[in-house]
Design a protein around this ligand. Structure first.
Ligand SMILES: NC(=O)c1ccc[n+]([C@@H]2O[C@H](COP(=O)([O-])OP(=O)(O)OC[C@H]3O[C@@H](n4cnc5c(N)ncnc54)[C@H](OP(=O)(O)O)[C@@H]3O)[C@@H](O)[C@H]2O)c1
Length: 244
């Protein structure tokens, strides 16, 4: 039996994790922590901490997990580079699954995006669109950024040099190098992502649409069961699903 502690347990994802956990008989919820609660006082009861709180909270949670040698599944997104560094440095002492998206479908989209970029080559213009509910705080989504990183890595580009967030006014012609990113927000959309490969005379679009948070929660719970058997290190959902 693996004991899990959920941080951010009262949020949208946290509540879904709490609801889905009983369907994973090998897991037991040993603690729930939200804003104002003290993770330190209960961390000893858990084997894995599943964090869906906030990008600002994750560095301190990761430090506490490293101090107590607890494995982690991290779902928060929107971290600054400094926050990412503060989190990932602890993967030297604990196993950590850090993923912008825990759904099997999106991880399949990651795989397909790499393949399509490799096959279609530089003649196709690359654009990414994400749509999420009106309450989402970060943009583009962590998943959209992960898709952009995949495209940039296939083209051997530095993403920060070629990314173009939205367009307005007399922006001039599109360059062949740029990767366009566009974030739509509204309603209760759980998460839609489309990667557009626009060529001359044809266009390929890869789309994933999540209609429920359960697929994300179940993926994170699967990752929790997987991570306890791993050595210290930084993993993502592609590792959990054996897609690498
Ligand atoms: N990786 C994925 O598959 C995936 C999927 C969906 C969402 N996400 C990400 O996961 C995070 C949570 O998303 P959500 O939609 O569930 O957000 P949410 O509804 O705002 O839930 C976050 C919860 O965490 C709480 N919280 C904030 N700081 C905390 C702290 N220091 N300690 C403990 N709890 C704290 C919040 O409390 P307050 O509201 O009182 O601040 C809230 O209850 C976001 O970063 C989001 O982008 C990732």
């Amino acid at each position: 039996m693996t004991n899990i502690i959920i941080t951010g347990s009262k949020g949208r994802m946290g509540r879904t994790l709490v609801a889905c956990a009983p369907h994973h008989p090998e897991l037991r919820i040993a603690g729930q922590v939200d804003q104002g609660d003290d993770l330190k006082s209960i961390i000893g009861h858990g084997d894995v901490i599943i964090d869906f709180s906030s990008h600002t909270a994750t560095p301190a949670i990761a430090a506490l997990c490293a101090e107590h040698k607890k494995s982690m599944v991290i779902g928060t997104t929107g971290h600054s580079d400094e926050e990412t560094r503060q989190i990932t440095r602890h993967s030297a002492s604990i196993p950590m699954v850090f993923s912008a998206n825990f759904s099997t479908g999106v991880n399949t989209l990651f795989w397909l995006t790499r393949k399509a970029a490799e096959i279609l080559g530089p003649g196709f213009d690359l654009e990414i669109i994400d749509m999420h509910h009106r309450l989402k705080r970060d943009a583009p989504s962590g998943t959209a950024k992960a898709l952009a990183e995949i495209l940039a890595s296939v083209r051997k580009q530095h993403l920060e040099k070629v990314v173009r967030h939205g367009r307005a006014g007399m922006v001039g012609e599109r360059t062949a190098e740029e990767i366009g990113m566009h974030s739509l927000r509204g309603g209760d959309v759980v998460g839609d992502h489309t990667v557009v490969f626009a060529g001359i005379g044809e266009r390929v679009e890869l789309t994933h649409k999540a209609s429920s948070r359960e697929t994300l929660a179940n993926g994170a719970l699967r990752a929790a069961q997987w991570v306890i058997n791993q050595k210290s290190g930084l993993y993502d959902m592609q590792d959990v699903l054996g897609l690498k």
